[in-house]
Design a protein around this ligand. Structure first.
Ligand SMILES: Cc1ncc(COP(=O)(O)O)c(C=O)c1O
Length: 353
């Protein structure tokens, strides 16, 4: 690490941990004692500072409020039975963060700040990573345009920050989805592959309409034809037809998921036949009708894998069968075993703090 990227640590006087009710957490509402902040000014990153979690001061003219120049990542830290804490593939998130930064005309964040900063921050708030089934610490690195001014041009100042929130097993009940035939999440040449804040804002309205109809998520399809499956809400999509595992190929409309890549690797290790190719709604409906459609599931950091119980596409509705040996369950357990240090880490995904 160079001197320029030394991390300054300003510790909290008294931890809030003893007043935190870990049995009654709402996802993403409680934050740990510390956060990391690093400012980009005059064309360079200043020293990263870890300090007590709290409000930041920005002016109303701050560019992030007007032009939405904001990106983020979502990752987790896990504790094993002996109290050791691990990150899961943090470099992958750092690489994706910088791909998002590039697309949003923001400066790339050095690895020393992103990965070493994460390690230092998690290490300081280690007590907040609880041991137990489904428990973890959700890590949220993000960057915002922090220059003041209402001229539509890239900011000359940015804040890179990391905040952390204790999380529990994420279970939302049965998930049924609507396959989009009207709204789009992303378009060719757009920012769908980036973890840009605006992508999420744009999905809230169609998602609210789906919720009002009794569906929890939207399966996004390609913007040009609405004929091909792309993502499952804020997760990547997997479909099992017969015993073949299918997933949509990455493109500039799809977020290149770390969990997706991990599931594909575990499936390959298990000798499952995998096809990374376009999956049409027509093919899905045909498989549903002829009985070969066995599973649909989403993959993502928050819930690892979410099985989809049923879907609707225009007037067509289908309920997925209940399986004894589902890929969703199998790969979810396999992935969690690696994350919680209960299984060999053949691919070097765990990073010990
Ligand atoms: C739009 C979208 N797709 C897919 C994913 C899954 O990515 P990952 O597995 O890296 O969490 C996410 C984030 O969780 C997402 O926001």
């Amino acid at each position: 690490m160079t001197d320029a990227y030394e991390i300054v640590i300003d510790k909290i006087q008294e931890s809030k941990i003893s007043t935190t009710d870990f049995d009654n957490l709402t996802f993403g509402k409680t934050f740990t004692d510390h956060m990391l902040e690093c400012t980009w000014r005059d064309g360079k990153w200043e020293t990263a500072v870890i300090k007590p979690y709290g409000p930041i001061m920005v002016e109303p003219s701050c560019k992030v409020f007007h032009y939405g120049q904001a990106i983020f990542e979502g990752m987790k830290a896990f504790k094993d039975a002996t109290g050791d804490v691990f990150l899961f593939r943090p470099e992958d998130n750092w690489i994706r963060f910088n791909e998002s930064a590039k697309r949003l005309a923001m400066p790339e964040v050095p690895k020393e700040v992103f990965v070493e900063g994460l390690k230092a921050l998690v290490n300081l708030d280690k007590e907040w990573v609880r041991y137990g089934e489904g428990l973890s610490l959700y890590l949220r690195p993000f960057m915002i345009a922090s220059e003041n001014g209402v001229a539509a041009a890239p900011s000359t100042e940015y804040k890179f920050m990391i905040v952390m929130s204790p999380a529990f097993a994420y279970y939302k009940g049965d998930v049924r989805v609507i396959i989009a035939s009207d709204f789009s999440r992303a378009a060719d040449g757009g920012v769908g592959y980036a973890k840009a804040a605006g992508n999420y804002a744009a999905s809230f309205y169609p998602n609210n309409l789906a919720l009002a109809e009794g569906y929890q998520q939207i399966i996004w399809t390609d913007a040009a034809s609405h004929e091909y499956l792309e993502e499952a809400g804020t997760m990547n999509i997997f479909v099992r037809i017969g015993d073949t595992l299918l997933t949509a190929p990455n493109n500039d409309r799809i977020l290149n998921g770390v969990t997706r890549r991990s599931v594909l690797q575990l499936a390959a290790d298990a000798g499952v036949t995998i096809e990374e190719r376009r999956i049409s709604v027509k093919e899905l409906n045909e498989a549903a009708n002829n009985g070969s459609l066995k599973e649909i599931f989403g993959s993502g950091t928050a819930a690892v894998i979410v099985p989809i119980k049923g879907y609707k596409h225009k007037d067509f509705k289908f309920e997925l069968p209940q399986l004894e040996d589902s890929y969703a369950q199998r790969f979810k357990e396999a992935l969690k075993d690696i994350q919680y240090n209960r299984a060999d880490d053949q691919h070097g995904w765990r990073v010990k703090i």
